[in-house]
Design a protein around this ligand. Structure first.
Ligand code: BGC
Length: 760
């Protein structure tokens, strides 16, 4: 349906325009019937449709229509598979069309700063490159179905504690490199129709009122041409927000803020053009989803359930498989233990909670496929409380079986939207159950259902650990597919599993004091922290096993030098060296030059490809890296900057398993020299100002009594020339007068010359 936007802008009253800037109810915008403008509907969420017909809520309390729950973001990201996430996006787009939903509220792409964030199960990764690539694929696929998305929560909303008011104190470089990057990638690559602004403040200003965030960066720099809506209830000052670039307030303020807009326009405090711009953008957004072709009448729920099953299998991460215990033989005597075997935990709580039309547990799947297993709960059904009788029965069953599979993880109350975890432990009853079974049965597999890392005190006691994350409503079937080898695990961790909570980068500064939270660890989030500090971890970023094995070799570059604006093709051969077909995720990291004055992580993910290989097959994986891939955000220059120097391209299958690497030199321009009161000799050396350094050396030599080299006057052995050089590097130019007898004229001349050469 085409809207006559100029006509509408000319004919809508001021009150109607203000009214369009907030919702009519929980999920709808306002219609303007006299002008033929329909209301449109939005619904959560990222991994399933939470369409509510009657009573709306944003915390998952009231029912929504029956739908299909796909794997949650934490699981989907472990697939490292752009095609898979696109397929799920298309199916969700189809469901939304069939249900008359105009825009889906997702993907949720906030960075996992701490493993404790209650909403990490919904988020993708600790790495902004991975999160950005997957989010861009998802958005493109949903929107190809002519359904909008709302990429959320923009920005720096990395905890649930006081999420509606906390002030995130974070420097610009950290924001740009870590917390905004995935949003930037999504906006640039896939042009989302809407962005959802987060509840919190950033450096003192609520996101909804943050012009730098919503207009200068999002629209002017990245070219975003959609609308920004608030998270539900994230509005602070309505008029300021409109001026900052916030178009739609959701759900609404019952007319309160609409009136404020009208009053501000009438008082001349809010230019009408600002309101018109928002209305114009809103109308464009409405029109985008009002498709010409009829909506899809219905969708095949069973087919989507099947797709959810396949997706869950591709997301699963095999953490341990000693003695190749997995896959299991269907004919062996197998005991399934733990309540999650019959009632899996497959989604998180809150606004993403789906009312599933069907759930397949591992026990259901076994009975459907005639696989014989015995079952005992081992603990009570809540997954939290120990029960001696149940434990005894489980031990007996494990003893008489050949293999025990314990289904464990986090019960609903342990992680959810709305609050954070305070520890990484599973319920103690579950840990005790695993240890008790391990004591009687050496062949023990632990299947995990949870949305974030957990401590595994029993890890050395078990042979295999299969991490299903929160795999959606068909997770039981997918688990059985993997346990018995119908599917070969190929997921990789999209986040590091730390050994201890105390090791996590923001341990001392999470979740802040209730008023603010300081991101003091800067860009050192996730593996950027653990790898730079060479810390031992439980499982590294990018890690995951397979039932087959792979080799990665023959790393080649099309060039070993890069100039400004250039790019390089990186290729590598991957071979399936094992006995089963399977997929490997080839990961490309870039390590900065060893001597770089800027503090940078030891390496960062800049490319990945998932490649499926038959037994013995080799494929060449190619990616393109351009100069931007080597850059960091230079706060001094106010832009991305790729410093010249020799970098290393590393290729492997986890951040700790780099199998080949090679050097590449960037011949990019050096950072412009800027003179200031803290400019040192070292800065002059870095900027290549050799003529000035020579002059200075001569001046110093005459004072220190030596020749050409300033150290020559010093007695070797106490202060040698290397030491002198190092000390000099840190000396500010203004201190020259204190240590040399440089004549006043020469000193002033030198300073003037440096000022002249200084960039603006
Ligand atoms: C959540 C959003 C969600 C919205 C609507 C909020 O509480 O933070 O992610 O889209 O509710 O349910």
């Amino acid at each position: 349906m085409k809207l006559d936007i100029p006509y509408l802008i000319a004919n809508l009253t001021l009150e109607e325009k203000a009214g369009l800037c907030s919702g009519a109810d929980f999920w709808h915008t306002k219609a303007v019937e006299r002008l033929g403008l329909p209301a449109i509907m939005v619904s959560d969420g990222p991994h399933g449709l939470r369409k509510q017909d009657d009573q709306g809520d944003h915390v998952g309390i009231n029912d929504s229509i029956k739908a299909v729950c796909f794997p949650a973001g934490s699981a989907m990201a472990s697939s490292y598979d752009r095609d898979l996430i696109s397929r799920v996006g298309s199916l969700l787009g189809e469901e939304a069309r069939a249900e008359g939903v105009h825009t889906l509220l997702g993907p949720a792409i906030n960075i996992k700063r701490s493993p404790l964030c209650g909403r990490n199960f919904e988020y993708l990764s600790e790495d902004p490159y991975l999160a950005g690539e997957l989010s861009a694929s998802y958005v493109a696929a949903v929107q190809a179905a002519n359904v909008g998305v709302s990429v959320k929560h923009y920005a720096a909303n990395n905890q649930e504690f006081r999420r509606m008011s906390v002030d995130t104190l974070v420097d610009e470089r950290t924001l740009r490199e870590i917390y905004l990057k995935a949003f930037e990638t999504t906006v640039r690559k896939s042009k989302p129709w809407t962005i959802m602004c987060a509840y919190n403040k950033i450096n003192g200003t609520y996101c909804c009122e943050n012009k730098w965030l919503l207009t200068d960066t999002l629209r002017d720099e990245w070219g975003f041409d959609g609308i920004v809506m608030t998270d539900w209830g994230a509005m602070n000052e309505r008029v300021d927000a409109l001026k900052a670039g916030l178009d739609l307030e959701m759900p609404s303020s019952n007319g309160l803020n609409d009136k404020k807009i009208v009053a501000a326009v009438e008082a001349g405090e809010l230019p009408l053009e600002v309101l018109d711009r928002a209305v114009q953008d809103l109308l464009v957004w409405f029109e985008r989803g009002l498709a010409e072709e009829p909506a899809i009448a219905s969708f095949d729920k069973e087919a989507h359930h099947e797709a959810s099953r396949k997706a869950a299998a591709q997301c699963a991460v095999l953490l341990k498989n000693e003695g190749d215990l997995l896959p299991l033989d269907k004919n062996s005597k197998i005991a399934f233990i733990g309540p999650f075997a019959g009632a899996p935990r497959f989604q998180g709580g809150g606004s993403s909670h789906i009312n599933c039309f069907k759930i397949t547990s591992a026990l259901d799947a076994c009975s459907q496929e005639n696989i014989e297993v015995t079952y005992s709960a081992g603990i009570s059904d809540d997954g939290i409380t120990a029960d001696d009788e149940l434990l005894k029965a489980a031990i007996e069953q494990a003893k008489s079986a050949e293999v025990a599979v314990v289904f464990a993880g986090l019960p609903d109350s342990f992680e959810s939207e709305g609050y954070d975890r305070s520890h990484m432990d599973m319920p103690q009853a579950q840990n005790q159950l695993i240890s008790a079974i391990a004591a009687v049965q050496p062949n023990i597999v632990v299947v995990l259902h949870k949305g974030s890392p957990v401590a595994m005190p029993w890890l050395n006691e078990v042979s295999a650990v299969l991490d299903m994350y929160l795999g959606g409503q068909a997770v039981g079937a997918a688990t059985v597919d993997i346990l018995f080898g119908e599917a070969n695990p190929s997921g990789k961790l999209a986040e590091t599993y730390p050994l201890r909570l105390e090791d996590t980068p923001c341990y001392l500064q999470f979740p802040g004091d209730g008023k603010s939270v300081t991101y003091g660890e800067g860009v050192f989030v996730g593996y950027r922290w653990y790898d730079s500090r060479k810390m031992e971890v439980l499982y590294p970023f990018g890690y995951g096993l397979s039932y087959t094995s792979f080799s990665i070799s023959e790393l080649k570059l099309t060039t070993d030098t890069l100039e400004e604006g250039g790019s390089v093709e990186v290729s590598v051969n991957v071979t399936n060296t094992g006995k089963r077909p399977g997929a490997e995720v080839v990961q490309f990291y870039i390590a900065p030059p060893a001597k770089l004055t800027k503090i940078r992580p030891v390496h960062e993910l800049k490319g990945f490809e998932k490649v499926y290989l038959e037994v013995g097959e080799t494929k060449t994986v190619k990616i393109k890296l351009d100069v931007d891939s080597f850059s960091y955000w230079s706060s001094e220059q106010g832009k991305w900057f790729a410093a010249p120097g020799v970098y290393t391209i590393e290729v492997g299958n986890s951040s700790r398993d780099i199998t080949c690497s090679t050097a590449i030199e960037l011949k990019t321009p050096a950072a412009p020299f800027r003179y200031s009161a803290s400019t040192t000799f070292g800065d002059l050396m870095d900027a290549g100002m050799n003529d000035i350094i020579d002059q200075l050396k001569q001046g110093m030599a005459s004072t220190l009594g030596g020749g050409e080299n300033p150290s020559e006057g010093a007695s070797e052995g106490v202060v040698n020339s290397q030491m002198m050089q190092e000390m000099m590097a840190g000396m500010p130019i203004h201190a020259l007068a204190s240590f040399t007898s440089i004549p006043e004229d020469s000193f002033n001349g030198l300073i003037n010359m440096l000022k002249q050469r200084s960039a603006e």
